[in-house]
Design a protein around this ligand. Structure first.
Ligand SMILES: [Zn+2]
Length: 315
C-alpha cells in the first residue's frame, strides 16, 4: 500500500533501460535491496492518488526519486539531491502489477497517448534533454553527433536536437541506419568499423561536432573526442562498453573542448519534454512490446544491442 504522500499505480506498461541490466548484474559500491523489483519507466492508472489524483487517472511516472526538501530539490535540481534514486534501482519499480511513488512523481497523460508510448518516454527523453539543453547548451545550427542513435537515449537525443534546430548526425550498427535517418539524422556512420570522426568531418566541411552525445564509453570514446569541433562539448551519460577513456590534454585545451557528465535530469525538464511529446513533436520509438513474464528475453534483447528504441513490458 502507498505510504503518506504516495500514490498507488496499476502498471500498464514498463520500459527497459540499461540501468536495469547494470543493477541486475550488481555494481560495486551500490547496495541493491533484495528481493528487488526493477523498472524505472512506468505508465498506468491511479488506484489511490494520495489525495492528489482521482482513481483511474492515466499517468506516467517521473523516474527520479528525491527527498523534496534539500537545497538541491528546492532549487529544482532534484537529480543532484544527496538521496537521489531512480525508480527500480535502489527502490522497487515497475516490473509489477502495482507500484507506489511520491505523488510529486506522477505526471498525468492525455487520452491520445497510449500506455506503451508513455512508458517508453520518461527516462531517456529526460536524460537526453538534460544532456543537450542544460549541460551542453544546445543552440540552433549546432552540429550534434549522437553515438548509438538506435539506443533509447540515442533516439531521444536525435529528436530533441532536431526539434531545437540542430544539424544531427548519428552512429549505429549497419542494421539501424535507415531508422536513425527516419527520425531525423542527416547522415549515419557505422560505429563498428571505420572512423566516424573522419566521416563527420567530411560531411560537415571539416567542422566536426559542436556537441557529441556519448553513452557507449570505451568502444567509442576516442573517436567521439576526435569528432569535436573547436569549443565542442562532449556530454556523456553512460559507459556501456567500459568506464575508462583517454584524452589528449593538449587537444583538450588548445581546441577549448568541454567534457560534461550528465545523470538523469530535473523534473521541470521532464515536464518541458512531455509538453513536446503530448503535442506530437517528440515520439518515443518502441522496438518491441513483450509480456512481463518474458522479462528475461527482453533483457537479452537489450543486452544484445539488436533493438532500435525502447523495449516495453506489459503485465
Ligand atoms: Zn533532496
Amino acid at each position: 500500500m502507498p505510504g503518506p504522500g504516495e500514490a498507488l499505480i496499476r502498471v500498464r506498461a514498463c520500459a527497459l533501460n540499461h540501468l536495469d541490466l547494470w543493477q541486475r548484474r550488481g555494481l560495486e559500491r551500490v547496495r541493491i535491496p533484495m528481493p528487488h523489483i526493477s523498472g524505472a519507466d512506468v505508465a498506468g492508472e491511479i488506484v489511490d492518488g494520495g489525495g492528489a489524483f482521482a482513481p483511474g487517472t492515466r499517468v506516467m511516472l517521473q523516474p527520479g526519486l528525491s527527498c523534496g526538501r534539500c537545497e538541491k530539490c528546492l532549487a529544482d535540481c532534484d537529480n543532484e539531491c544527496p538521496s537521489y534514486d531512480v525508480l527500480g534501482y535502489q527502490s522497487d519499480g515497475g516490473y509489477a502489477e502495482f507500484v507506489s511513488v511520491p505523488t510529486g512523481n506522477v505526471v498525468p497523460i492525455p487520452d491520445h497517448v497510449d500506455f506503451v508510448s508513455a512508458a517508453a518516454f520518461p527516462l531517456t527523453f529526460l536524460t537526453a534533454w538534460h544532456m543537450l539543453i542544460t549541460r551542453a547548451s544546445l543552440r540552433a545550427g549546432d552540429v550534434v553527433l549522437v553515438i548509438a542513435g538506435g539506443s533509447g537515449v540515442g533516439q531521444a537525443a536525435i529528436q530533441i536536437a532536431r526539434l531545437h534546430g540542430a544539424r544531427v548526425f548519428a552512429t549505429s550498427g549497419p542494421g539501424k541506419m535507415d531508422q536513425a535517418r527516419a527520425i531525423g539524422a542527416e547522415d549515419v556512420f557505422d560505429h563498428y568499423q571505420g572512423d566516424y570522426s573522419k566521416q563527420l568531418r567530411t560531411a560537415t566541411g571539416h567542422r566536426g561536432a559542436d556537441i557529441v552525445v556519448e553513452h557507449v564509453g570505451e568502444a567509442t570514446w576516442e573517436r567521439s573526442v576526435r569528432s569535436l569541433a573547436r569549443s565542442g562539448r562532449l556530454v556523456t551519460c553512460g559507459a556501456t562498453t567500459g568506464a575508462h577513456g583517454a584524452i589528449d590534454l593538449t587537444h583538450l585545451f588548445a581546441r577549448q573542448l568541454s567534457i560534461l557528465g550528465s545523470y538523469m535530469g530535473r523534473k521541470p525538464e521532464l515536464l518541458q519534454a512531455a509538453e513536446q511529446f503530448f503535442a506530437g513533436r517528440l515520439t518515443p520509438v518502441v522496438d518491441e512490446v513483450l509480456p512481463l513474464a518474458q522479462a528475461a528475453a527482453a533483457h537479452e534483447r537489450l543486452e544484445s544491442g539488436r533493438q532500435f528504441g525502447k523495449i516495453v513490458l506489459t503485465p
